[in-house]
Ligand binder design. Structure first.
Ligand code: 3H9
Length: 698
């Protein structure tokens, strides 16, 4: 297949790119464009059009080339040649012109776009900055403030917005090529002027030192711990204060610094991890999929209601079942309140919110679920109750209905056994709030059919979730690891830390929240009630939960009671350290014969993160997760692990498995081997001197 073709249409040369799936600027594509532009300099053409086949204009540089040896021509080299063309080049945009794609268009002399197109510079999401002139050309066209907003958020904008900002010259309805040819004719008629963005001056509005100081401060709060946004500001300052060529040099240096940073390596890893997680090993891609037209949800609590919203948001009607009319009304009220909040934030119109709610039908009769394509159970977290629900579903649902349980811990194999069709049973573990959180753990039972798995993955995409496959295991992937993380948080408390010590360390590391602040948010009663159903052996060492139990028994359930590991200002809901908690901790330590001593920050960090990592290795060696990157997706999308550290498993590779292993062994002798048994897989990889990513790719 020719990925770049060049043809004369009258006196206009058309350069067509055809490099599926997204016309990413691989070396082959760059060489193709270079050849076409060079060839066009000596033919009869008077102007050129750069247009793409397939679903989109160029979606950016080829991310898989980053971190490898650079190959000729680099994108900046190519864009110098494009801009220097003696014949005007017109970029004709459809789909998404992103990153290097938009930079290519900006190096052209004119830009037109379909009204449905979007443009943007999302490099910051990969820990990068636009490295092919974007930081220098956008401020020349759109001004400093617009450039900063576009590039530091990375959020794409519509063609209409791009037109109003001056980034493009024309918005087109109808056939893109035809309209681009007409535009080219206009350009020729007006003397084929070579409009080079580099020749423009940057508007001096928003150029004061104070403006930049303030902007930087806002950024450091919004993108806590991230390096690329600050470097972007540096580039825009250069655009303002230096000639184009000098600005480009600064951009290049800072781009290379970003690209070589662990933050960018982590974010690039997450980009591919997110796309990989929906692929099921051993199953072909894109087989025949069943359409899901109606969904039943059992349980109208916070979880069931949130799950229902996911489906009606994409136009799939939901039947919501509750035990009586009162409970049903309560469920509907929760949903209405959630929609009202979204409307208040200006993210949805009142009409759309009403339309979506109208897609929810309430019932108290299981027979109304007979014709559902998918039923999701979201009742109380109790195995017997769940089994009864599934036995009823087995009786009423048509053949082929997918029967899913939204359980966080229960053995879905046992739930499947309560039906005559275990092949149709699966776990769909949503995270709270279910209408917001992107993660969806898909639990494959021993007998779940391949087809049901594939359909479930497709459903996840339809409702815009990031799915990760897990086998049955207590807590599946996420909560199983969380248990070990929480264990270490509790032990650190008992042995010498305060809640603030631990939360500050983990927040500085980049976690969205520290573990004790999270416990207060989720409710201390949740863990307590989960433990109630366990035997002493299953509960494990009492030191890992005695403080939580003591707080529960004092009625300190977290934010909802105004006090937990912290107390909360009734008005501002602000977290405040509470000396009472320290007394509780000290009493528990005394009771357990533990002598408290301050724990340093590095040790807190290593105890919590290595507990996660070690459990992650065990999950891999047992085949519960398909691949290390899936665990990273679970932690970044479900538990607030910083994406710029790539998830716990990628982070383990970043710091080195040898270091992780040695520290875990040392913790074993210091804190007890019952807690610190290095995973077999970790030990094996250290012995083989392999990284986890080498193991995953072997
Ligand atoms: C950049 O441009 C730097 C420059 O400033 C400077 C350079 C010097 N590269 O997302 P999808 C693959 S940085 C390689 O599922 P969608 C993707 O992995 C770049 N591969 O589709 C997937 O593969 P597979 C700035 C890429 O329709 C397949 O394409 N640009 C790239 O949901 C389909 O992707 C960006 O950050 C790439 N650039 O969404 C844009 N992009 O099928 C990144 C995609 O094997 N891309 N692939 O899993 C996107 O945001 C979305 O892919 C897009 C399509 C919106 C385009």
């Amino acid at each position: 297949m020719t990925i770049v073709s060049y043809q004369l249409e009258g006196d206009i040369g058309v350069i067509r790119l055809n490099h599926p799936p997204v016309n990413a600027l691989s070396q082959a594509l760059r060489l193709g464009i270079l050849d076409a532009v060079t060839q066009a300099q000596n033919d009869a053409s008077l102007a050129l059009i750069l247009i793409c086949e397939g679903r989109t204009f160029i979606a950016g540089a080829d991310i898989s080339e980053f971190g490898k040896q650079p190959v000729y021509p680099s994108l900046p080299e190519l864009l110098d040649l494009v801009e220097a063309s003696q014949k005007p080049i017109i970029a004709a945009i459809h789909g998404t012109a992103l990153g290097g794609g938009l930079e290519t268009a900006l190096a052209c002399h004119y830009r037109c776009a379909l009204s449905t197109a979007q443009v943007g510079l999302p490099e910051v999401k990969l820990g990068l900055l636009p490295g092919a002139g974007g930081t220098q050309r956008v401020p020349r066209l759109a001004g400093v403030k617009a450039a900063l907003d576009l590039i530091t958020t990375g959020t794409p904008i519509t063609a209409a917005k791009a037109l109003s900002m001056g980034l493009i010259d024309k918005v087109i309805e109808g056939n893109l090529l035809t309209a681009a040819l007409d535009f080219a004719k206009e350009v020729i008629a007006q003397g084929a002027v070579l409009k080079r963005v580099r020749d423009l001056d940057v508007d001096k509005e928003n150029s004061s030192a104070e403006f930049f100081v303030e902007f930087r401060e806002k950024l450091s709060k919004r993108f806590r711990g991230q390096e690329a946004p600050q470097r972007i500001v540096e580039c825009i300052e250069a655009a303002l204060n230096k000639p184009f060529n000098e600005g480009i040099k600064i951009e290049r240096t800072l781009f290379v610094e970003c690209m070589q940073s662990p933050q960018s390596a982590s974010l690039r890893h997450m980009f591919f991890a997110e796309r990989m997680s929906s692929k099921i090993k051993g199953l072909p891609k894109g087989s025949q999929l069943k359409d899901i037209k109606r969904v039943g949800i059992i349980g109208g609590g916070t979880m069931g209601g949130g799950i229902a919203m996911n489906f009606v948001n994409v136009g799939i009607p939901v039947t919501l079942l509750e035990i009586n009319d009162e409970a049903l009304q309560r469920g509907k009220d929760i949903i209405a309140k959630n929609y009202a909040m979204t409307v208040n934030k200006g993210k949805l119109t009142t009409e759309l919110a009403a339309q979506r709610q109208a897609l929810i039908t309430g019932t108290t009769d299981y027979n109304d679920l007979a014709e559902m394509d998918l039923v999701i159970e979201a009742v109380f977290e109790n195995l017997d109750i769940k089994k009864q629900v599934f036995a009823k579903l087995d009786k009423v649902c048509k053949q082929g209905t997918i029967l899913a349980s939204n359980t966080s811990y229960q053995d879905v194999n046992l739930i499947a056994e309560s039906t005559s069709r275990p092949q149709d049973v699966i776990g769909l573990h949503f995270f709270s709030p279910a209408n917001v959180m992107k993660l969806l753990e898909i639990i494959r039972c021993d007998k779940t059919s391949d087809k049901v798995l594939e359909v479930s993955m497709a459903i996840a995409k339809t409702i815009k979730k990031v799915p990760v496959l897990s086998r049955v295991s207590y807590g599946f992937i996420g909560n199983r690891m969380l248990r070990q993380y929480a264990r270490e948080a509790q032990l650190c408390l008992l042995e010498g830390s305060t809640p603030q010590d631990i939360d500050t360390v983990m927040q500085s590391f980049g976690m969205a929240m520290g573990p004790l602040a999270v416990a207060d948010l989720a409710g201390i009663d949740i863990g307590y009630k989960a433990r109630e159903g366990l035997t002493d052996e299953e509960k494990g060492d009492a030191r890992t939960y005695c403080i939580a139990d003591a707080l529960y028994e004092m009625g300190r359930l977290g934010q909802k009671t105004g006090a937990g590991y912290y107390k909360y200002d009734p008005e501002t809901r602000q977290r405040i350290a509470d000396p009472v908690v320290l007394e509780v901790i000290k009493a528990q330590a005394k009771n357990k014969g533990v002598k408290r001593k301050k724990i340093d920050d590095v040790t807190i960090l290593e105890r919590l993160t290595f507990a996660l990592i070690n459990e992650g290795f065990k999950i891999l060696e047992e085949g519960i997760a398909q691949r290390p990157s899936d665990i990273d997706v679970v932690y970044v999308f479900g538990y607030g692990f910083p994406a710029y550290r790539g998830g716990p498993m990628f982070y383990a590779d970043t710091i080195g498995l040898e270091k992780v292993y040695q520290t875990i062994c040392e913790f074993g002798s210091r804190y007890g081997e019952a807690f610190w048994q290095p995973a077999k897989l970790l030990k094996q990889l250290v012995a083989e001197e392999k990284t986890l990513s080498q193991w995953a790719n072997s």
